[in-house]
Design a protein around this ligand. Structure first.
Ligand SMILES: [Cu+2]
Length: 127
């Protein structure tokens, strides 16, 4: 039993090393602060990703937010993409994204503000 526990603890540690930390990326675009985060580390499967916008230090919740994650075509694997729309929950835009495989996913985040402008932010995440 003890050995089994050790093995399990070891696996947990290995798992945590691979799937290091929750998502946290911050940047700014056209005067807006943009933050992407998750409560748990990203996994193959369903993920809750939170997008926060701020302007002049105040939370900005009047935008329409969309994010597209994509992976280029690779040998034996077609191009893949998943898009989600942000749903405002407690001042954050929640997007649910179901990743079908590990690796690097590029993203393009778009948020449209009341003035009709569409702001784009690009980045990538590793799963
Ligand atoms: Cu791939």
């Amino acid at each position: 039993m003890k050995n089994l526990f050790k093995l399990f603890a070891g696996l947990l540690i290995a798992f945590n090393l691979v799937h290091a930390d929750p998502l946290l990326q911050e940047g700014s675009k056209n005067g807006y602060d943009v933050k992407l985060s998750s409560e748990k580390s990203l996994v193959v499967g369903s993920n809750d990703i939170f997008i926060e916008l701020a302007k002049d230090g105040a939370s900005f919740t009047d935008a329409k937010v969309k994010i597209k994650f994509y992976m280029p075509e690779m040998p034996g694997m077609p191009y893949m993409e998943y898009e989600g729309k942000g749903k405002l929950v407690d001042g954050k835009y929640l997007v649910k994204i179901n990743f079908t495989m590990g690796g690097t996913w590029q993203y393009q985040l778009k948020f449209k503000t009341e003035d009709g402008k569409v702001h784009k932010v690009r980045g990538s995440v590793n799963i």
